[in-house]
Design a protein around this ligand. Structure first.
Ligand code: PAF
Length: 273
């Protein structure tokens, strides 16, 4: 594995598969890497904790940064390039495009994390400009991020294939996330409730067709355990409220556990459609 701080001509000459990360790699990232390896293209993984997408300085400072362990993981999986750029390389002074995530960027995750998606799109766009990948892989756990990136690729007419990789879960149902390492064992048990809530919400939706989930929940039970920020069902194709002709749905949840913000989602097709 070659560790690089800047993109060179060799890389630009190749059709390459790009996997952006912020490090603190876990099995979810490993599954992205395995997916990348299947493309049979050389794989470049970036590790860059993008301060621009953190609306909360403390969250940025606390974000786990175990670089030595990350390097071992990537070496084990025979990744071709590890790209660890400096901030000035990604963001040359006043000379980069700030990408707006528009109205959708202000909703759901964006409503609690102002500026977050502008930061995500700006850095992903910079990486696309620098690396010019043929394929880029993102996790489905960050569903709104994935949607906005797909939209950006269409708007900017990038010829990049975006692969959405399924969420990896612990046996408890807890979706893997770099932030999980900051939870206590008790916190992890509570965090596993997110997936349970998603599944029972899906059941509710099937049986009642109602979409005002939070009002339907016995909030006492949930409040004691987890502090839910939003629980929404959307049309997966438009990321807006489901319509008559919606075929695929996504239920999103965000909650605070031990002061950490966790998100998860499930998507599904309505049976019989
Ligand atoms: O999903 C992430 O880890 C980040 O948002 C990404 C895509 C690497 C951009 O910093």
């Amino acid at each position: 594995m070659e560790i690089i701080k800047e993109i060179n001509k060799n890389i630009l000459a190749k059709d390459i598969c790009f996997i952006p990360t912020m490090g603190a790699l876990h099995k979810g990232h490993v599954s992205l890497i395995k997916e990348g390896k299947q493309s049979s293209l050389p794989v470049i993984v970036s590790i860059f904790v993008n301060e621009m997408q953190f609306n909360d300085k403390e969250d940025f400072n606390n974000y786990p940064k175990p670089i030595e362990e990350d390097i071992k993981v990537l070496e084990n999986f025979n990744v071709d390039y590890l790209f660890i750029p400096e901030n000035d390389y990604v963001y040359p002074k006043n000379n980069f495009e700030k990408v707006s995530s528009g109205e959708l960027g202000k909703q759901f995750e964006g409503s609690s994390r102002p500026g977050h998606f502008d930061g995500v799109l700006t850095v992903v766009n910079r990486f696309f400009e620098l690396i010019r990948p043929k394929i880029a892989i993102f996790g489905k756990k960050d569903a709104q991020q994935l949607f906005l990136i797909n939209e950006m690729v269409v708007n900017k007419k990038y010829e990049i294939e975006i692969i959405a990789s399924p969420t990896i879960r612990e046996s408890s149902g807890l979706a893997l996330s770099s932030r999980n390492s900051l939870l206590t064992n008790r916190g992890k048990d509570k965090a596993a409730l997110l997936y349970k809530v998603l599944k029972s919400t899906k059941k509710d939706f099937y049986s009642t067709g109602k979409t005002n989930f939070l009002e339907n929940f016995s909030s006492n039970y949930l409040d004691e355990e987890i502090d839910i920020d939003y629980l929404e069902i959307l049309d997966l194709a438009t990321f807006s409220k489901p319509a008559e002709n919606t075929e695929e749905f996504i239920i999103l949840i965000a909650a605070y556990i031990e002061n950490l913000r966790l998100i998860d989602n499930i998507d599904f097709k309505l049976e019989g459609k």
